[in-house]
Design a protein around this ligand. Structure first.
Ligand code: NAG
Ligand code: NAG
Ligand code: NAG
Ligand code: NAG
Ligand code: NAG
Ligand code: NAG
Ligand code: NAG
Ligand code: NAG
Ligand code: NAG
Ligand code: CA
Length: 519
């Protein structure tokens, strides 16, 4: 464990070295049409005034919320026709009037089809030009039916639509401002995290820096069904084991947890507050890695402290519909396939098909690293959706792939496990973890960055920019908790989040930081 002193942060406003550039092209349909690359068709070009709202097109169902409080910008919708209607995809751009000469591509979530207008609305407040793809279909996060016997759409969702969106997006941006983007960035979480790894693995030229959160990268693996919440008992046992009773489990792997304390006493009739012996067996299954035939890892376990969020994986007693839909429609087993029939053969079929080539398990990212690019990876230690163990597994395998090539991984890629954070955002109210590190995807509509702390110490996007553009690596990112995370009105806690394998030192410093922020 590395000790680290962290000053109580001061308000630092980030001074940008890039000059602001104004659009060289009017935001009219005909002017924007003229700068479209060959073969693309413009759906709309719409001028949004300062502090305006963008109205999401009606059938664009992936992110239907209208982003508000926007800076003045040009909103653009583009269709990329494919050889068949199944291979067609669309993408959106927000090109701000005052442009900082950077681009930011945002990722998608779950199985959703649609332009992520919501995260674009957050990202454009930083001054970047924003891109997002619809991944080739319109649909909600849990709907997989579009994928059935539709390999073109699977490939679009797997990797193609995002990559081509970036290539076209840079082209359109340069023509719009008559100036080439100086730096290109990416951020996404969950499916968006998978997309970030995929890009770094396959298309190292696309971005100078990537932020990938809670990557659902292991698409060929299958989440198993979940059970009840026992989080408070885990917290009771594990909280103090990291050296500080503060409702936060800093090191779930370091906790020696005894589940037997949850066992129902003899003859107990109310089993809502305890677990039966067979329920304890289920708990063991959940908190252990899923090892398949021939001792292969099928999927890592959920960590201690994630119990509050396990309900992400139960849906009326059956497993998460995303996982089930994936098997039914991506693997082609059809709507009649029942999750109770999950067996080794399904796991093997999944490995073999690698539907849409979406599996981001090419661990050798040396071309990305050798080109001087930077990668920030984060994952909530309390994630009940994508097991955090998958990120530790990913880190370990990337390290094993690049270290023998003489690469010091820490110089280019850092993994920040975030204590107490659920899937991409959120904390249990009995934990109140300072997890918020801004960027896109954990920020509410109309907001951006950390109020009062628009800087590289507190905001992961600024941290990445500082790393890429100044060579200043993030040794920590300070997470923030608010009394109400929705309104972000008052800060209750701030804590450094350290890159793995370091951990913030747990002397009385953390407690001091808490008291400094109880205002
Ligand atoms: C954009 O792509 C078109 C081809 O479709 C090409 O002619 C043009 O030069 C490109 N523009 C930029 C700025 O890259
Ligand atoms: C921005 O618009 C909102 C309504 O969406 C309004 O309440 C607010 O006062 C406006 N802010 C500024 C600075 O004009
Ligand atoms: C929206 O979807 C409906 C039903 O699929 C279709 O009839 C309509 O033409 C679509 N509208 C647009 C603007 O694409
Ligand atoms: C999704 O819906 C939007 C809005 O109606 C439409 O413009 C777009 O073509 C659709 N995307 C796909 C891939 O069908
Ligand atoms: C296109 O997708 C539909 C399902 O949305 C599927 O039935 C059809 O076979 C696909 N066509 C091709 C050529 O893959
Ligand atoms: C549990 O129930 C059994 C059978 O009714 C009884 O013999 C036993 O004494 C009970 N144990 C306790 C601890 O109440
Ligand atoms: C184990 O490996 C053997 C040899 O590669 C293979 O034939 C078999 O299908 C594997 N079994 C499982 C359950 O993965
Ligand atoms: C680079 O460093 C300078 C000097 O500290 C700072 O003003 C600037 O904001 C940094 N750039 C980025 C992108 O963080
Ligand atoms: C936080 O604020 C939102 C919006 O005002 C409100 O709906 C919500 O109930 C508040 N949450 C708590 C825990 O107070
Ligand atoms: Ca603790």
């Amino acid at each position: 464990m590395t000790k680290m002193k962290v000053q109580v942060p001061k308000l630092i406003l980030l001074g940008f070295t890039a000059t602001l550039v104004n659009g060289a092209v009017d935001c009219t349909f005909s002017a924007v049409s003229d700068i479209m690359p060959q073969g693309l068709s413009l759906s709309f070009a719409q001028h949004i005034p300062e502090n305006g709202t963008f109205t999401v097109p009606k059938n664009d169902t992936g992110w239907p919320t209208d982003p508000i409080n926007l800076p003045e910008l040009c909103a653009i919708g583009v269709m990329v026709p494919g050889e068949t209607s199944n291979s067609t995809f669309g993408f959106g751009l927000f090109l701000p009037k005052n442009w900082n000469q950077r681009t930011l591509t945002v990722g998608n979530g779950g199985l959703a089809g649609g332009v992520n207008w919501q995260d674009m609305g957050t990202g454009v407040k930083y001054g970047h030009a924003l891109f997002s793809t619809d991944t080739g279909h319109n649909g909600t996060s849990t709907d997989a039916t579009w994928a059935y016997q539709n390999p073109q759409s699977q490939t679009n969702w797997g990797w193609r639509a995002l990559h081509e969106t970036v290539v076209y997006g840079k082209n359109i941006t340069e023509a719009f401002y008559n100036s080439k983007p100086a730096f290109n960035y990416y951020q996404g979480c969950s499916t968006g995290g998978r997309q970030g790894f995929m890009e770094a693995q396959r298309f190292p030229d696309d971005f100078d820096g990537v932020i990938a959160g809670a990557p659902a990268w292991w698409t060929v693996k299958i989440p198993v069904s979940m059970f009840d919440t026992i989080g408070k008992e885990v917290l009771r046992q594990c909280d103090g084991q990291d050296g500080l009773v503060d409702t936060i489990i800093m090191d779930p792997y370091g906790c020696n947890f005894n589940p037997e304390t949850l066992l129902c006493a003899e003859n107990v009739t109310d089993t809502t507050t305890c677990l039966t012996a067979s329920q304890l067996g289920t708990l063991d299954t959940i908190t252990r890695d899923y090892i398949g035939g021939n001792s292969t890892m099928v999927f890592p376990h959920w960590l201690l402290g994630s119990e509050h969020f396990w309900d992400m994986n139960i849906d009326g007693g059956s497993p998460n519909v995303i996982g089930v839909g994936y098997i039914q429609y991506f693997l082609g087993l059809g709507a009649d396939w029942d999750w109770r029939n999950l067996d080794e053969a399904v796991v093997q079929l999944s490995e073999q098909l690698n539907a849409g080539q979406a599996d981001a398990s090419d661990y050798d990212i040396s071309p990305f690293i050798n080109a001087g690019k930077k990668f920030i990876h984060y994952h909530g230690l309390s994630d009940g959706g994508i097991a955090t163990g998958a990120s530790f597994y990913m880190y370990g395998h990337i390290n094993r792939a690049v270290s023998p090539q003489g690469i010091n991984l820490h110089d280019s890629y850092r993994f920040f496990p975030i204590p107490g954070m659920g899937h991409c955002t959120d904390t249990a109210d009995y934990v109140n973890a300072p997890y918020y590190i801004a960027g896109i995807s954990m920020t509410n509509n109309g907001q951006y960055s950390v109020p009062g702390y628009h800087d590289a110490e507190h905001d992961v996007l600024y941290a990445l920019m500082n790393w890429v553009e100044n060579g200043t690596a993030p040794d920590y990112i300070i997470g923030t908790a608010f009394s109400n995370f929705t309104t972000q009105d008052s800060i209750t806690r701030q804590r450094p989040i350290c890159p793995y394998p370091q951990q913030a030192s747990l002397d009385d410093h953390a407690a001091n930081m808490d008291s400094n922020f109880s205002r």
